[in-house]
Design a protein around this ligand. Structure first.
Ligand SMILES: [Zn+2]
Length: 168
């Protein structure tokens, strides 16, 4: 018989009874025989990537917490990057000629900072990778919503108007 397939007490073929589920995708997987008690991710490329990200995030955070020099250098690096981004945005804006109806680069940058702070507050995390992941998730969601506004609006309307009302 195939390993992992077993017959339970009712005689029903129970697939993968003892096989674990992947922490990332939830699929049942067969762990490596030499690592079966510790392996929590399957071998799908996305899950391998998720495992790698998790490991890197963990080691980054450990170092960030434990090494004051590294922490300071990371803060400086992030501040430098933000400064460069803002000045590049400003330059791009001033290069454009004439007044424009578009918001200024400084305003956009301000909004970016505001949104980053907001997401960080929502997630109660100061971990840049967590905040970045969340923000890209929100951006995807926003793009999806923007792509089909009518449909979404109808759904919202349905949800709203199908609420059972008080009879009086
Ligand atoms: Zn998986």
């Amino acid at each position: 018989m195939f390993p992992g397939l077993c017959i339970n007490q009712k005689g029903i073929l129970n697939m993968a009874k003892k096989l674990p589920r992947c922490d990332a995708c939830g699929r049942v997987f067969r762990p490596d025989r030499y690592n079966k008690h510790d392996q929590i991710y399957c071998l799908f490329p996305e899950c391998v990537l998720a495992r790698k990200r998790k490991r890197q995030r963990k080691s980054y955070n450990r170092r960030y917490r434990g090494d004051p020099e590294f922490r300071q250098s990371e803060r400086d690096r992030a501040a430098d990057a933000a400064r460069r981004r803002r000045s590049a945005a400003k330059t791009a804006c001033s290069v454009r000629d004439g007044p424009s109806a578009e918001p200024s680069a400084a305003a956009v940058s301000e909004l970016c900072d505001l949104f980053t702070g907001f997401v960080s507050h929502l997630s109660q995390s100061d971990d840049p990778s967590v905040v970045r992941d969340l923000m890209s998730g929100y951006a995807d969601r926003g793009r999806r919503l923007a792509a089909e506004p009518e449909k979404r609006f109808q759904q919202v309307q349905e949800t709203f108007f199908n609420v059972p009302r008080h009879p009086f």
